[in-house]
Design a protein. Structure first.
Length: 316
């Protein structure tokens, strides 16, 4: 006879899972409007998984940025240990970790993404001034692997039980990494004053506590622009709803980048550039309209191809 879990325990486990998911959703709602707007375009399963990824990342960031202090390293070590155990077992007494572990196990997120992330968080406790090598390593661990986690969610949100985990091709990986890098570098620019003045951190190589020169700012903006272009090139490779969500978030960060480019270097250091909610909604609506128009054109092309005996423009 095959042993089964009693119905009460099954229901209690499901309630715990739902409670963990709500905890992650609360973290996202409390900390990010831009990211939150983008997730609303996802299906329910993908949205819960992205909320779980964001919540773990945010909690770790809070340990090193907000908590800080002599015990921050120990707290971060414990969070990483909790995450590792939960990814192996599927359970944690920490609701945010529990939600993340369930997502990781279902979507194929593993140590290849999680370990570099915690390494970058740990660097925030000891590294104050970055050179080019440590900067690239930090951006990879703090942001690019988060893009890869999100990509695993997008690819596997509708995966059936028993179906192998879907893995991206190289071009889609490059786009996900570039997206994470661009978002991180824009946030570095927006937080220049706080990072240098309050946390004593200088992320951009060669940029001192007085902020970037005109030439340095132009180079940073150009680097971010290249990252965004790489991310945009990979958009068509994403599932439809993920493509719309990422396109909307990309558009918001495009707006931030344009505002930063129009801000004098001395003001970049003194002011955190923001996009107000009304502008965010306009950008979101414009992006959705564009995605809808592209979808209509794609369906029309596919229909024409079928009538002509072709499949997506290729030979029959």
């Amino acid at each position: 006879m095959t042993a089964t879990r009693p119905p009460v325990r099954v229901a209690s486990a499901a309630l715990y899972d739902r409670t963990a998911a709500r905890a992650s959703r609360a973290v996202l709602a409390g900390y990010s409007t831009s990211f939150g707007l983008g997730t609303r375009l996802l299906g329910a399963r993908a949205r819960r998984d992205i909320e779980a990824v964001y919540a773990l990342v945010r909690i770790a960031d809070e340990v090193v940025d907000t908590r800080g202090g002599d015990d921050a390293a120990a707290l971060l070590d414990e969070l990483e240990a909790q995450t590792s155990r939960a990814m192996a077992s599927g359970y944690s007494t920490n609701l945010v970790v529990h939600a993340f572990a369930r997502t990781a196990r279902r979507t194929g997120i593993g140590p290849a993404e999680v370990d570099p992330f915690f390494a970058s968080m740990r660097a925030d406790l000891t590294v104050r001034v970055h050179d080019r090598e440590s900067y690239l390593r930090y951006v990879y661990g703090s942001a690019e692997v988060v893009g890869l986690m999100c990509l695993q969610v997008f690819l596997n949100a509708d995966r059936s039980p028993g179906e192998p985990v879907r893995r991206p091709d190289a071009a889609t990986v490059d786009g996900a990494r570039a997206l994470g890098a661009a978002f991180q570098k824009i946030n570095f620019l927006r937080d220049l004053g706080a990072d240098a003045g309050e946390l004593g951190r200088l992320y951009f190589p060669g940029v001192g506590p007085d902020g970037p020169t005109d030439a340095q700012l132009a180079a940073i903006l150009g680097e971010i622009g290249d990252d965004l272009a790489r991310a945009r090139a990979a958009l068509p490779r994403l599932p439809r709803r993920a493509r719309a969500a990422v396109a909307a978030t990309l558009a918001l960060y495009d707006t931030l980048l344009a505002d930063l480019a129009a801000t004098p270097p001395e003001r970049v250091l003194a002011t955190r550039v923001r996009v107000g909610t009304p502008r965010k909604l306009v950008v979101l609506a414009r992006t959705l309209a564009g995605e809808a128009a592209d979808a209509v054109l794609t369906r029309g092309s596919a229909g024409a191809g079928a009538r002509d005996g072709r499949d997506d423009g290729g030979a029959a």
